[in-house]
Structure formats: C-alpha cells, structure tokens
Design a binder for this molecule. Structure first.
Ligand code: 3PG
Length: 227
C-alpha cells in the first residue's frame, strides 16, 4: 500500500509554516479572482485556497498560478473526488485541500504529483490518514465538530498530529485556536468578507488581511512543527 512520501510531507509542512491563516476563497465572478487574491497577497498572505465550489474555481487557479510569484502557494479546496484532484493538478495547483477523507481520495493523493491536506472531523477519519503517514489535517467543520475541546482531546492519543481548523472559525476565535499546541494555522472565509468582495473593495481586503496577520502572530512556533 503506497503511503505518504517524504516529499509530500515536506511540502505540507512548508505550506503550514508559510502562514498562520489560510483564506478559503470562493470565486463567484471570474474577473474578481486576480484583484481579490492580489489584495490578499499585498496584505501579506502567502497561501490561497481556491475552492472548486463554483465553476470559476479551476480557471482562477490556472490564472493565479501564472500570475503569482513562486513564493505564493495556490491550492484547490473543496476537492471531494479523484476527478477534481486530477483537474487541480492539471490547473497547476500547488496543493489540494479536502473537506473530508475517503479511502479513494487518500489513496489517490499519496500517488499524486501535489500533496493533500485532508479534512477530518472524527478520530476514525484521522486514523485512516495517520496510517497512510499523514500528520497534518484540516479539522472541518471545526466549530460544530467539537471545536477547541475536540482538538485538545485529539492531542492525547495523537500528540504528533497538527491541525488547521476551519468551518465557523471567526477572526475572534482564531487567536484562541492558534494558542493550542496542535494548531498551526486556521482557515476560513472570514478573510474575504462578502461585503468587501461584493463591493470590489480590494483596499479593504488588503487592510483586513494585513491586520489579521499583524495581530494573530505566528501559528507555527518552535515545537509545533508537524512531524
Ligand atoms: C471550508 O471549506 O474550509 C469552509 O467552508 C470555511 O468555513 P467558514 O466559511 O465557516 O470559514
């Protein structure tokens, strides 16, 4: 049975070390993809998760990958099938995020050219990924799956696992999540408030991202690295 390669492990580690926040971005108007993501990058964000929830998502990944410098990572989010995984690879995504974990998706991911940050919400799902070599997961949907108490409880049997909680994580909760020893980043749509995006207020998006990064501080500090 193939397991997670050292290369994928290294890239997931790097991905989580790049930023304490991972914006979950859903592109509803194709023409907004570049200015919106440029505003986030100008605000200091280095990791962009573009969901495949809308038909605009894949094309946005393609265009962003061509437009952004190499030190900005463009990922595909809400990937739920091998077919979408392949599409994300072909579009040039640097990584893939899934909301949950299925055996077919995890089996495909370990042989793919780009790494997966798999979503889990239960210990059993975590164990499936763990046995393939995964030591970092998206915890989704975080707030309704037990939130911070669940993450504290996961640390007992899995002290070597690190998480990026998303789903109901607000700016206000982000600090508290990041204070947990096993949380290295937090994700969510709160970095791209609908009001600012609908108004095309890219200055506002930039300022919001910069403020989040300034006040949240580092997610990955010594001793928190995923193994
Ligand atoms: C995700 O895919 O990570 C979530 O939809 C983000 O959840 P949020 O909108 O509650 O931040």
């Amino acid at each position: 049975m193939p397991t997670l390669s050292d290369d994928h492990q290294e890239r997931i580690r790097h991905l989580l070390a790049m930023s304490p926040v991972m914006p979950v971005i859903t592109i509803r108007r194709a023409e907004q993809a570049l200015p919106l993501c440029q505003a986030l990058v100008d605000g200091g964000i280095r990791v962009l998760e573009i969901t495949l929830r809308t038909p605009e998502g894949l094309d946005a990944i393609r265009r962003l990958r061509a437009a952004m410098p190499d030190d900005v990572w463009v990922g595909a989010g809400t990937v739920v099938s091998r077919h979408q995984y392949r599409d994300a690879e072909q579009a040039g995504a640097d990584f893939v995020v899934s909301p949950g974990s299925t055996n077919p998706l995890l089996d495909f991911a370990v042989t793919a050219s780009i790494p997966l940050l798999p979503g889990i919400s239960t210990v059993s799902e975590l164990m499936v990924g763990y046995n393939l070599g995964y030591r970092a997961f998206k915890f989704f949907p975080a707030e309704v799956s037990g939130g911070m108490p669940a993450l504290r409880a996961f640390a007992g049997p899995f002290p070597d696992v690190r998480f990026c909680p998303t789903g109901g994580v607000t700016r206000e909760l982000a600090d508290q999540y990041l204070a947990l020893d096993n949380v290295v980043a937090v994700g969510g749509s709160w970095l791209t408030p609908d009001k600012l995006v609908e108004a095309g207020d890219w200055q506002g998006v930039r300022a919001h991202a910069a403020e989040a990064l300034r006040t949240l501080g580092p997610g990955l500090r010594p001793g928190k690295e995923p193994e």
